[in-house]
Every structure is written in C-alpha cells, then in structure tokens.
Design a protein around this ligand. Structure first.
Ligand code: NDP
Length: 247
C-alpha cells in the first residue's frame, strides 16, 4: 500500500507499460482511470484490478481528439473528485527511412506521441492548479536522447515530449503550483510497440534487437511508482531506464 491513495489517469493503458503501471499502482491502493481505444482490453484490465480488490474505471479515449481527452479528465473528476497523477503514455514507433515516404506513419506519431501529450496537459493542468498539487508522468524514450536511421520522426516526437515537459516543469515551479513533472525515457521494453512497425525491414531488425535483451514492462511500472510515492516537495524530473545489456 502506498502512503497515500492517489487518483491516477493513464493513457495507452490497454497494453504494455500503461497496463503494467495501472495494475501495479492499483495494487498499491491508488484509484485508476485507464484509457485507450480498445474497449475490450480496458474492460479486462479493470476486471483484473477489481479481482485483486483494486479500484479502476476506464474510458475509451483517442488521445488525438481533444474532446475525448477532456472527457477522460472529466470522468476522473466526476468519479474520484481529483486528478493527482496524469500519465501521458500512449505512443507508437513505426520506424522507417524517409525515402520510404510513409507520411501516414509520420502523422500518426506526431498526432499520438506529441499532440496527445499536449492534449493531456491541456485536460489535466487546470484541475491540478485548482488542487494546488499534481504530477505529470510523460513517457519519452531513450530515442529522445539519440537518433538512428529510420527513427527520425519517432526521436523528434520523443525529444519534443522532453522539451514540453521541461517547459511545463519550469512554468509550474515559477507558479508555485506544486505540480510535479517527471519524464521517463525507457530503453527496450517487451510490449506490443514493435508489432505496429509497418516497414518490414525495420520490423525484422527491431524484432531481433528486442529479442536480445528487452525487459518486461513491470520494471517501468516499479520505477514510476517510486517517482509517484516520493514526498510532494520532491520531484524526480527525469529517469532513463534501460535493460542492463542495452548499449
Ligand atoms: P504498446 O503498443 O504496448 O502500448 C501503446 C499504447 O498506446 C496502447 O495501449 C495503445 O492502445 C495506446 N494508443 C495508441 N494510439 C492511441 C490513441 N490514438 N489514443 C489512445 N491510446 C492510444 O507499447 P508500449 O507500452 O511500449 O508504449 C507505451 C509508451 O512507451 C509509448 O509512448 C512508447 O513510445 C514508449 N516507449 C516504449 C518503449 C519500448 O521499448 N516498448 C521504449 C521507450 C518508450 P489502443 O491501441 O487500445 O488505443
């Protein structure tokens, strides 16, 4: 059980890092509001949490739609009365070289990885300001710090998440709002992320890269729980967490 039960909203919670974090935080006694597009997966995760005597509700949410993200925030407020933590986690990584011209993939990454984070901030920050407390957990990537062939757009979106988070941190510190901002940059984590790579050459390369050493998403969940559980006068602003064997 954590010291204090918090209301935690997680986008992209229907699989991978979001699902693992929702389940861990619920097991620690927090109240979860989980969001993604696949309703059946969300229902199953809520049922799993309730089976363990945890509390969770879900909202089918598309983070590229501002009204949908605002409705998610409203659900948290209606159901639990506050938003203590908002985790901007939804994301995708369809790598490809520019010459392939996969403009649709570029646009989806910009819409979900970048615009989705901005919409999350827009939806949750006013409530946190009113509460005079809150925390954003923004999921970036080691790809925010380095770029490789095929990963130009993904790295651009994740570096953008880092920049947005740092500006938000400075603004909230200056306002004295007690809103904490944590960026987490994972390395290779075994989730569905690579399943959505549309370029077959990239997918083959990434599958074999991940097969070498990817770690399970519960490792990221544990790290996030640590950042949330710290006393409110202290903020972990950035975490880079990789498999020990990832170069
Ligand atoms: P998954 O593919 O397992 O999870 C991605 C989640 O995002 C799913 O729940 C998906 O749900 C959701 N999602 C995608 N598009 C939308 C949308 N438009 N609206 C709402 N939700 C959406 O991968 P991960 O768990 O790995 O990814 C989580 C985050 O971690 C991403 O931001 C990713 O970039 C980041 N990351 C992952 C790493 C890894 O190696 N796995 C490394 C570094 C960062 P649904 O389809 O139901 O909408």
């Amino acid at each position: 059980m954590s010291e204090e039960s918090k209301v935690v909203v997680i986008t992209g919670a229907s699989s991978g890092i979001g699902e693992a974090t929702a389940k861990l935080l619920a097991a620690k006694g927090n109240k979860l509001v989980i969001a993604a597009r696949r309703e059946k997966k969300l229902q199953e995760i809520v049922a799993d949490i309730e089976k363990e005597n945890g509390q969770a509700v879900y909202a089918v949410t598309d983070v590229t739609d501002l009204d949908s993200v605002k409705a998610l925030a409203q659900l948290a407020l209606d159901k639990f009365g506050r938003i203590d933590v908002w985790m901007n986690n939804a994301g995708l990584m369809p790598h490809s070289e520019f010459i392939k011209g996969r403009v649709e993939d570029w646009n989806r990454m910009i819409d979900v990885n970048l615009r989705g984070v901005l919409y999350g901030i827009n939806a949750a920050l006013p409530a946190m300001r009113d509460q005079k407390a809150g925390q954003f957990i923004n999921v970036a990537s080691v790809a925010a710090h380095a770029v490789h062939s095929g990963g130009g757009v993904y790295s651009a979106t994740k570096a953008g998440v880092w920049m947005i988070s740092e500006a938000l941190r400075q603004e909230e510190a200056a306002a004295g709002s007690n809103v904490r901002v944590t960026v987490i940059s994972p390395g290779a984590i075994a989730t569905e992320l690579v399943d959505h790579v549309t370029d077959s050459d990239q997918k083959k390369a990434m599958d074999s890269y991940y097969d070498q050493f990817a770690i399970t998403p519960d490792r990221i969940a544990t790290t996030i729980a640590t950042a949330i559980d710290l006393p409110s006068d202290t903020a972990i602003n950035e975490i880079v967490v990789r498999p020990s064997r990832q170069g």
